[in-house]
Design a protein around this ligand. Structure first.
Ligand code: IMP
Ligand code: MG
Length: 178
């Protein structure tokens, strides 16, 4: 294994199974409805692409980018929107898609922002949930894996912009700059 990676938590096969499972639940719950996925850039690009291909309900996709905290490994509570949605979500069934929920501050901000636009419903799906780090309660209707309080990279999650392309989710070696 490469020496900047300490431990692989979820390999490609486990991620694929989980994505399939989440997509199955979402497809059942939204049967007969249309769904607007909101991909939280940049981290959720890969997860969104995989998830949406497994959904059996009609789906459109929107993108939002919240200002990130750059190369740091702690979350910021000051969140600004860098790129807003294209489409009006009024009256739509909306599902926020993020790869990892840490303090919950980002998701909470997005829930507040998008609820004001009058969607028919709004829920969230996250592949990884660092539950122990939550500083604000946020509802995650569809949660993949609960993970411990460690800094992870891969499958869209980054350190200083890198590692997003790793096909697995891994704990970064603390010696590699973190
Ligand atoms: P929150 O606002 O604290 O929930 O932070 C959510 C965002 O922080 C995620 O969308 C990630 O961009 C980033 N983040 C939190 N934990 C990690 C991690 O372990 N690795 C990489 N990025 C993380
Ligand atoms: Mg990041």
């Amino acid at each position: 294994m490469r020496d900047d990676i300490q431990e692989i938590l979820f390999d490609e096969r486990r991620i694929e199974e989980k994505v399939r499972d989440l997509a199955g639940r979402i497809s059942r719950d939204y049967a007969g409805k249309e769904l607007v996925l909101i991909c939280v850039l940049k981290g959720a690009a890969i997860f969104t692409a995989d998830l949406m291909r497994r959904l059996t309900v009609p789906v459109t996709v929107e993108f939002v980018q919240a200002a990130s905290y750059g190369a740091s490994t702690t979350s910021s509570e000051t969140i600004t929107i860098k790129n807003d949605l294209d489409a009006d979500i009024k009256g739509k069934h909306v599902l926020l898609v993020d790869t990892i929920i840490d303090t919950g501050e980002t998701l909470n901000h997005l829930f507040t922002l998008f609820r004001e636009r009058g969607p028919a419903s709004i829920q969230a799906v996250a592949l990884l949930d660092k539950k122990a780090r939550r500083s604000i309660p946020v509802p995650i209707a569809y949660s993949g894996f609960e993970i411990p309080d460690a800094f992870v990279v891969g499958y869209g999650t980054d350190f200083g912009g890198k590692y997003r392309n790793l096909p697995y989710v891994a704990v970064l070696n603390p010696a590699s700059g973190k």
